[in-house]
Design a protein around this ligand. Structure first.
Ligand SMILES: [Fe+2]
Ligand SMILES: [Fe+2]
Length: 148
């Protein structure tokens, strides 16, 4: 891991690599990226714990709504991996809840940076590893619908 310098060491930028080719979902993922960046910013600015928790709560609420949205689409598509994917959502939400619980204890600035990095990693890895699977399924289904 890189040293915790005081600039914005892990600012995320949206890129096409992250696109699932569904505008409504991309918009929600872009919002995640923004919320993760804002969480980073308040931590780097050494905001108080309440401010950090407020940002985390936003992320948590967003993740919950977003995951429910994806799962509704899966039902619509009859996506075969819906169950496994929903379990990954469950895990991510559990992780965010644990982070929130941890914030009630005293933490050093460095520990916050580490925690926020983990939050970023969990959310972005989920998009890049799990959400890309349904992207491929969705795109393939669109292709076969066009062929029919
Ligand atoms: Fe997603
Ligand atoms: Fe997902």
């Amino acid at each position: 891991m890189s040293s915790p310098n005081e600039s914005l060491p892990w600012r995320l930028e949206w890129s096409d690599e992250l696109s699932v080719h569904l505008p409504e979902i991309d918009a929600e993922h872009q919002r995640f990226v923004r919320l993760v960046n804002e969480l980073n910013e308040v931590i780097v600015a050494r905001a108080g714990v309440e401010e950090v928790k407020a940002r985390m709560r936003l992320l948590q609420e967003d993740a919950e709504a977003h995951f429910a949205h994806e799962e509704a689409l899966f039902r619509q598509w009859h996506y075969p991996d819906a169950e496994a994917h929903a379990q990954k959502h469950e895990q991510a939400l559990r992780f965010l809840a644990e982070v929130m619980a941890g914030f009630s204890q005293e933490k050093t600035g460095y520990e916050w940076i580490e925690t926020a990095l983990k939050v970023k990693q969990v959310l972005i890895e989920h998009i890049m590893l799990e959400d890309m699977k349904y992207r491929d399924f969705y795109l393939a289904s669109q292709g076969s619908a066009a062929d029919a």
